[in-house]
Design a protein around this ligand. Structure first.
Ligand SMILES: *[C@@H]1O[C@H](CO)[C@@H](O)[C@H](O)[C@H]1NC(C)=O
Length: 425
C-alpha cells in the first residue's frame, strides 16, 4: 500500500465528514484551548527506564557493563517467563490507584502515560505484552478522581530516537527502508484509536500522542512529516480525542502552517530540559532560572499551534544514576560525553542532603518553568515517581509535593499557587 495516497484519502474523509461533531465532543469533554494543562507523566511504569527504576537492574549492580541497557535487552536476557514476572510485579506496584488519588489531591488535571508499540502488537518478542490492561486500570482510576489521560506512544518499532525510553537504545531503525516499521507504527496507532476512541473511554482519554520524541535531526524529515499526516488521518478516523505531535526537536516554528485539518487540530508537544550538555550544566543557578524564564520567548512563542510542554523537570544536574543511560555516568562529574566538569554529585538530587537554600532554588527553577509554559497551553512534569536513593528527587514530583517544594496546584483557571510568583520578574 502507498501510505501517501492512503493518508490523503483518510484526511479527505475526515475533513469533509467529521469535524463539527469532533470539535463539539472535544469542547464538551476537555478543551485544551481554554483550560491550562497542569499534569504529570507516569514515566517508567509501562515503558521501563533504568534510571527511574534502577532496582529492576539491581542484579547487574556489581557489573553494569554486563547489564541490559533497555527493556528490549532486559527481556531478551531474562527470557519471557522471568521478564513477565518482573514486569507484572512492577506494573502492579509502581503506580497504583493511590497515586492517581494523590495526583488529583495535589491539583493536577492530566496524566500523560507513555506506552510502547509492543503493548499493542501480537508478536513483540523479546518484549512482552500486557501493559494495556494497566492503561485500562489507569483510565478507571483517572475517571474516579477526575483526571484526564493523554496516551503517548513512547516507543515505535525499530526505535525513533535510540533512547532507552523508546525500549531500544543506541540504534535508530524506525525509518528503515527494509523493515516496514513506519507502516507498523501507523497500524499500532490505528489499533490504539479503534479502542480508546470509543465512547466508553473518551470521557477520560482526551489525547493520543502519535510518537514521542522522534529524533528529527537524525531522521528523514519529509518522511517523518508524512508519517504524522498518515497517523493523524488514521487516528482521527476512529477517535475524537485531541491528537498530539511531538516537535521532533525541530524549532517549534517548523510545524507552523502545516497543511489542512492537521494544522488546526493538533497539540504540539515540546520538551524542555537544561541538563543534557556541558554548556547547560556550566551555568550558575541564576542563569538556569533566567533560561527557564526566557524560554517563554523564542523557544515557544513562535508556534501557531496549541502548544503544551509535555516533559520538563526540576533537574539542574544530570546526577540521577543512569540518567544518561545504564552504565553511563554524569557530565556533572566529568565522566560522560567528554565532559570536563568536575563537580560533585554528593549533595544533588537528594532533598534530605540539600541545604534549605538549594531547596528554595529548586522551587524557583520549577516555578519559573511553570510560569513560562503557561504562556502557552500548560505543562506536564516528568515524572510522578523515581526510585529514592538514586539522586533523582528533582524528578520525583510526588516527593516534591510532599516536601512542599511544589505546592498544591490551584484548580485550572486560577493562578498557580507559587511561593515565588515573581521569580521571572
Ligand atoms: C518518590 O517520592 C515519594 C514521596 O516522598 C516516595 O514515597 C517514593 O519512594 C519516591 N520514589 C518512588 C519510586 O516512589
Amino acid at each position: 500500500m502507498k501510505p501517501i495516497l492512503f493518508a490523503s484519502a483518510l484526511l479527505a474523509v475526515c475533513a469533509s465528514a467529521a469535524p463539527s461533531s469532533i470539535l463539539q465532543l472535544r469542547a464538551t469533554t476537555w478543551n485544551f484551548r481554554t483550560m491550562k494543562t497542569r499534569g504529570v507523566n507516569a514515566g517508567g511504569w509501562l515503558v521501563l527506564e533504568p534510571w527511574i527504576t534502577p532496582s529492576l537492574w539491581s542484579q547487574w549492580n556489581s557489573n553494569p557493563a554486563a547489564g541490559p541497557v533497555d527493556e528490549f535487552h532486559l527481556c531478551q536476557k531474562l527470557g519471557k517467563t522471568a521478564c513477565t514476572n518482573l514486569l507484572k510485579n512492577h506494573w502492579d506496584t509502581f503506580i497504583t490507584e493511590a497515586d492517581f488519588q494523590s495526583m488529583a489531591a495535589n491539583g493536577l488535571n492530566t496524566v500523560r502515560i507513555p506506552i510502547g508499540w509492543w503493548a499493542f502488537d501480537s508478536k513483540p518478542s523479546p518484549f512482552i505484552g500486557g501493559q494495556a490492561a494497566y492503561l485500562d486500570k489507569a483510565i478507571v482510576w483517572a475517571r474516579k478522581y477526575g483526571l484526564k489521560i493523554w496516551i503517548d506512544l513512547h516507543g515505535a518499532p525499530g526505535s525513533q530516537n535510540g533512547f532507552d525510553n523508546s525500549g531500544y537504545r543506541d540504534k535508530i531503525n524506525w525509518q528503515s527502508t527494509v523493515d516496514p516499521n513506519v507502516d507498523r507504527t501507523v497500524a499500532i496507532l490505528r489499533t490504539i484509536a479503534q479502542k480508546y476512541g470509543q465512547a466508553a473511554y473518551t470521557d477520560v482519554v482526551v489525547c493520543i500522542e502519535l510518537l514521542n520524541e522522534p529524533l528529527g535531526p537524525k531522521l528523514d524529515l519529509a518522511r517523518l512529516r508524512q508519517f504524522m499526516y498518515d497517523a493523524y488521518g488514521n487516528v482521527r478516523n476512529y477517535s475524537p480525542s485531541w491528537i498530539a505531535v511531538h516537535d521532533a526537536f525541530e524549532p517549534v516554528t517548523y510545524w507552523n502552517g502545516a497543511k489542512g485539518f492537521f494544522e488546526q487540530n493538533i497539540i504540539l508537544d515540546h520538551h524542555h530540559y537544561q541538563v543534557f550538555s556541558q554548556g547547560e550544566l556550566s551555568r550558575t543557578f541564576q542563569q538556569q532560572v533566567d533560561v527557564a524564564c526566557a524560554a517563554r520567548g523564542a523557544e515557544i512563542s513562535g508556534s501557531d499551534k496549541l502548544m503544551i510542554v509535555g516533559e520538563w523537570s526540576g533537574a539542574m544536574t544530570d546526577c540521577a544514576r543512569w540518567l544518561n543511560g545504564f552504565n553511563r555516568w554524569s557530565r556533572w562529574e566529568g565522566r560522560y560525553d567528554g565532559s570536563t566538569l568536575r563537580k560533585s554529585c554528593a549533595n544533588w538530587g537528594t532533598l534530605e542532603k540539600m541545604t534549605a537554600t538549594t531547596r528554595d532554588q529548586l522551587n524557583k527553577y520549577i516555578s519559573a518553568q511553570m510560569l513560562s509554559w503557561e504562556t502557552k497551553g500548560g505543562w506536564i512534569f516528568w515524572t510522578w515517581k523515581a526510585e529514592e536513593g538514586n539522586q533523582n528527587d528533582d524528578w520525583n514530583m510526588s516527593k516534591l509535593f510532599s516536601w512542599g517544594i511544589i505546592r498544591k496546584i490551584n484548580p485550572t483557571g486560577q493562578a498557580l499557587n507559587l511561593r515565588h510568583p515573581d521569580v521571572c520578574g
